[in-house]
Design a protein around this ligand. Structure first.
Ligand code: PLP
Length: 383
């Protein structure tokens, strides 16, 4: 194994490093978030084509030992669709075991934690990350406690509880839930998908898949909803590894779509600077991206800018229109994912994306967990 095929924790602010032989979720020196040192990517001959999950890229997914449980995460279809007359590719990440793209990150993070001796975890989530953690914890035999906003969709809470997680509903905002989890983080390993960097080691595989499914080419741009940024960072890390490995010539432009009612990234982007900007967050139908104070703001913003992409903030009515349009093309996704549809419409209408470009849209979460909310949003109240 070459050095780049082993992961080391690194504090991006101080440059200090720590071995991944023991689990960490924050930097021991300054208490901020940590990353993994860069990976080396892969070439087509590194792929195990017999493996029908993202573990086909095992050579580039750094985990001490082979995964104990995969539950088949990843290797989701990249489906052609016509959006307002323009051909695009829909990456159907809502088709994973727990019903969202979060399985990419969870599958790596929980296999890693088990391999380094963690037997019990604490997570906080607005829904899908908790559902994904509960799924992998159940399959791996890890005790799992999840703090959720009391207002989180019942279907997601039931999904977690059915798989044996201890689900604690917390009153207040998404940030209040994170604070409640932090208060318990000294008693139970805090397997926060927003902090623990092995989560990003998993989300980066979406870039490898899009590249392989396009015939080993990068698209011109990628569009995804943005909450904390694990999906955006995953795209950036994965495509950057492919660039470093000489497999693509340029990074695809990343378009990160926020709900206008809760758009801390877009506010910071528009300010032209790199610092967080205080926002007045309002409730949004896109509950999966309602993060007012994201952990990795500077890093995610820098990733978007490096690719010549942009953030966008879309209002509630456009999110619902995006959701409806997706459904009518056969993609039954949750309202949060409707934001990606809304972003795609705006980017095409404004000419920022040209009709002849190769566009990949990441469809992040299944509509089956949000049926009642979708019914209300689309006026389907007779059923
Ligand atoms: C978590 C989630 C997002 C946002 O992902 P981030 O990594 O927090 O930016 C988007 N869509 C769905 C369905 C999600 O569950």
């Amino acid at each position: 194994m070459t050095a780049g095929r082993d992961a080391t924790y690194i504090n991006p602010r101080t440059g200090a490093t720590w071995s991944t032989a023991a689990p960490l979720w924050k930097a021991p020196d300054d208490g901020g978030y940590i990353n993994l040192t860069p990976g080396v990517g892969l070439t087509p001959s590194d792929i195990n084509g017999l493996e029908h999950s993202f573990w086909r890229y095992r050579k580039a997914v750094r985990l001490p030992r082979p995964p104990e449980i995969t539950l088949g995460a990843g290797w989701t279809p990249l489906l052609p669709a016509i959006w307002e007359g323009v051909p695009v590719h829909m990456k159907a990440d809502y088709l994973m075991t727990s019903g969202s793209f979060k399985d990419r990150g969870t599958a790596v993070m929980l296999n890693y934690l088990k391999q380094v001796g963690v037997t019990s975890i604490l997570e906080d989530s607005s829904g899908n990350a908790g559902a994904s953690a509960a799924t992998y914890a159940a399959a791996l035999g890890i005790d799992c406690r999840i703090m959720v906003p009391a207002a989180a969709p019942a279907a997601k809470k039931i999904q977690m509880a059915a798989m044996g997680a201890d689900v604690a509903a917390i009153e207040g905002s998404r940030d209040d839930v994170a604070d409640a989890a932090l208060a318990e983080a000294d008693r139970n390993f805090y397997a926060s998908h927003n902090h623990q960097p092995f989560f990003l080691e998993g989300t980066k595989t979406v870039a490898f898949e899009i590249w392989e499914q396009l015939g080993f080419r990068a698209p011109d741009c990628v569009i995804a909803p943005l909450g904390q940024g694990s999906n955006i960072m995953g795209c950036h890390i994965g495509f950057s590894e492919l660039l470093a490995a000489g497999q693509i010539d340029t990074l695809p432009r990343i378009y990160a779509i926020q709900a206008a009612n809760c758009a801390p990234y877009h506010a910071a982007y528009e300010s032209g600077g790199t610092d967080p900007v205080t926002i007045a967050a309002q409730p949004t139908i896109a509950d999966g991206i309602a993060s007012a104070t994201p952990v990795r703001l500077r890093e995610v913003l820098a990733a978007v800018r490096e690719t010549n992409g942009t953030t966008l903030a879309v209002p509630e009515d456009e999110i619902v229109a995006g959701l409806s349009r997706l459904a009518k093309l056969g993609f039954f996704v949750e309202p949060t994912t409707g934001a990606a549809g809304a972003g795609l419409s705006r980017l095409l209408e404004s000419g920022i994306i040209k009709p002849n470009e190769t566009v990949a849209v990441i469809l992040t979460g299944s509509g089956l967990k949000a049926v009642e909310k979708i019914g209300l949003a689309l006026g389907l109240t007779d059923y």
